[in-house]
Design a protein around this ligand. Structure first.
Ligand code: G1P
Length: 292
């Protein structure tokens, strides 16, 4: 019998980051910093808090900085050691994954999120897994994925995190149909990727966190292209919904879409205000900008 524990997480990090050119000409968008950590680190931290043990990065051309980031940087560390920079050294050690707990595979063509997830099939194998979209970083008491893992332990099946959005923004996201309420969420009755204005089945959008059963891989293998002419994960999930249960986890914390300029800037402000060492300076500067 296969394990129900969610041990493995997929991070699709092959996107080109065109919305952040020229910054992303030479660095992956996932390595852009929010305060002093790459965006991707926030998402990996969320996965660690949820008990994830193996981290699968689906990368692409020009993304080698991600692989280097999760490795030892021998010259840097020995220089820091010789200069007694223990705080910096400890910070570097804290983010280093244990040897053998990361995997990197390439999405050779930009065919969409469904295709990116499918590219990790051999690494994940036959067990439930999480998907975290690194554009979305979250700030809440309990990490979004940790809440989902708890819900999954009770409900089994597939769990998708959702949040409410204004109806006029529903066309930007994957939207779920709302069924019977349960603690922390509801049963999902349908799903549609980027519904045309006025056609969304609800105003609950998929926020970029999933716990999925491995049967999705064989569906994605033959999934035809959908919205944006891409192979959409949501379309594959809709097919899986005919065979398996899907539960929505209603996430109630804050989410920042760092793939959009305003979301990226607001993430920086919000996380800076969380840092005791800079909070009062940042707060005073923002006040003087807004009310000169
Ligand atoms: C993807 C998913 C979509 C989800 C969104 C959250 O879309 O396909 O269902 O709502 O992420 O950010 P993308 O942002 O890649 O267009």
């Amino acid at each position: 019998m296969r394990s129900d524990k969610v041990r493995v997480a997929i991070f699709p990090v092959a996107g080109l980051g065109t919305r952040f050119l020229p910054a992303t000409k030479a660095i992956p968008k996932e390595m852009m910093t929010v305060v002093d950590k790459p965006v991707l680190q926030y998402v990996v931290d969320e996965a660690i808090e949820a008990g994830i043990e193996h981290f699968v990065f689906v990368t692409g051309r020009g993304k080698s900085a991600i692989e280097d980031y999760f490795d030892i940087q021998f010259e840097l560390e020995s220089t820091l050691r010789s200069r007694n920079k223990t705080v910096e050294l400890t910070a570097l050690e804290a983010i280093l994954p244990k040897a053998g707990t990361t995997s990197f595979t390439r999405q050779q063509e930009p065919l969409g999120l469904g295709h990116a997830v499918w590219c990790a099939r051999d690494i994940v194998g036959n067990e439930p897994f999480a998907v975290l979209l690194p554009d979305m970083i979250m700030k809440s008491e309990k990490a979004c994925l940790a809440g989902m893992v708890e819900l999954h332990a009770q409900s089994g099946g597939n769990v998708i995190a959702v949040e409410e959005c204004a109806p006029e923004l529903a066309h930007r996201y994957g939207i779920v149909g709302r069924g019977e309420d349960i603690a922390d969420g509801f049963r999902i009755t349908g799903m549609v990727e980027k519904p045309p204005q006025g056609t969304a089945p609800s105003n609950f959008f998929i926020n970029g966190r999933y716990i999925l059963q491995p049967e999705i891989f064989s569906i994605l293998e033959t999934q035809e292209r959908g919205a944006g002419n891409e192979i959409q994960l949501t379309d594959g999930l809709l097919k899986l919904l005919q065979k398996q249960d899907f539960t929505a986890y209603h996430y109630r914390g804050k989410t920042y879409d760092t793939g959009a300029k305003d979301g990226f800037i607001m993430a920086n402000v919000a996380f800076a205000l969380d840092r005791p060492e800079i909070r009062s300076l940042v707060e005073a500067d923002i006040r003087s900008l807004v009310h000169p």
